[in-house]
Design a protein. Structure first.
Length: 367
């Protein structure tokens, strides 16, 4: 009689021998095909992604870098995104053109730059006297924002994902102090979005420049003032060296939303898993972007006196004029474009309802 241990040993040995024999008689090409399949799925996507704003700018500039790194890590290296700085592949203001034409699969940009081609895009990037950044997030994900943007951009062969947001920008950097509304008249100002149209209506001369060209325009006197972003970003661009009067509040961009814009054909070809991966990481990037940009501005402003910069609040008469003119401009734009009108009405309705909560729930910030 064989012992129980001997039987188990014999069975195990036979099993292992069988495996070895099977491997020994496997056709040579089988292992190669398995390895080939493994290598094919090692990298399932490799995207080139141009930016409209440089990634080396402090504040929100690093968001696309964080996104690319996170996508690579979450996919174990199977989904790669190569970043291209503004002008390196396409001009800063032409990112969505390249995406629409499928010259690149995706880009990271501020949708307000599309205003001339897609009027409603300005409202997805920033609305003067509009929503707080966290309210915009609520409108985007839990009201009509995301669906409206998806429908409008689908008509232009693109899929937008909210992928970064910051709070108010500064109202601008000026060479001379602004004491009354009349001081805006005749100034040459670099200004983006609907806010630029508002300033133009009250007498300013407005121009649009990408970030890399603003300092030289200030330095040479081509422009008298500029806005671009928040204090930490603007200071890195050198504005404080030329324009010593930094004004608040950021009436023209109480939120500034960035989006990952994906070619619609590319998006539809993606697996549901990869779509959800991008959606999830862009949502995380949005929260991270807001937290980071809120955390760093105060220290920058506290340091203004040491570099000769004065932080000022716009005069009351100018703010009142900007508010009333903004309503006129928004209503005029809505009358010209049905999509603009629909998005504006949606944001206004959400803002009105949200204001009930905001007024009651948030205490005074005075310390």
């Amino acid at each position: 009689m064989f012992s129980k241990r001997s039987v188990i040993f014999a069975v195990s040995t036979a099993f292992l021998v069988g495996i070895v024999a099977t491997l020994a008689i496997r056709p040579v090409g089988t292992n190669q095909s398995i390895n080939l399949v493994a290598s094919e799925i090692a990298v399932r996507a490799k995207w080139r992604m141009p930016l409209s704003s440089p990634s080396n700018l402090p504040g929100g500039g690093e968001t696309p870098l964080w996104l690319a790194e996170s996508v690579e890590r979450a996919s174990s290296g199977a989904f790669l995104i190569d970043i291209y700085e503004p002008g390196e592949m396409v001009p800063a203001f032409a990112v969505t053109d390249a995406v629409r034409e499928r010259k690149v699969p995706a880009g990271h940009t501020w949708l307000g730059y599309d205003q001339g081609k897609i009027p409603a895009s300005a409202l997805f990037g920033a609305t003067p006297f509009g929503l707080d950044p966290w309210a915009y997030i609520g409108w985007w994900f839990f009201d009509e924002g995301q669906n409206l943007a998806s429908r409008i951009y689908a008509e232009h062969n693109m899929k937008p994902l909210l992928c970064g947001i910051s709070g108010p920008e500064t109202a601008g950097w000026f060479r001379q102090p602004i004491e009354t509304a009349d001081d805006i008249n005749g100034l040459k100002i670099r200004f983006a979005g609907i806010g630029g149209k508002v300033l133009q209506r009250i007498g300013a001369s407005i121009t649009m420049l990408p970030s890399g060209e603003i300092f030289q325009a200030l330095e040479t006197g081509v422009i008298d003032a500029t806005e671009y972003s928040q204090p930490i970003t603007d200071q890195a661009l050198g504005f404080a060296r030329i324009a010593k009067y930094n004004y608040f509040p950021g009436w023209h961009q109480p939120f500034s939303a960035s989006h990952l814009v994906v070619n619609l054909g590319v998006w539809n070809e993606m697996s549901p898993g990869d779509q959800r991966l991008l959606e999830g990481l862009c949502t995380a990037a949005t929260a991270r972007h807001l937290g980071l940009t809120e955390a760093v501005q105060g220290a920058v402003i506290e340091n203004f006196p040491s570099i000769g910069v004065t932080a000022n609040v716009l005069p009351d008469d100018l703010l009142a004029l900007l508010r009333s003119t903004t309503k006129v401009v928004l209503d005029e734009e809505a009358a010209k474009d049905v999509d603009f009108a629909e998005v504006l009405q949606s944001q206004r309705a959400f803002q009105q309802t949200y204001a009930v909560w905001r007024k009651l729930a948030y205490p005074s910030k005075e310390l």
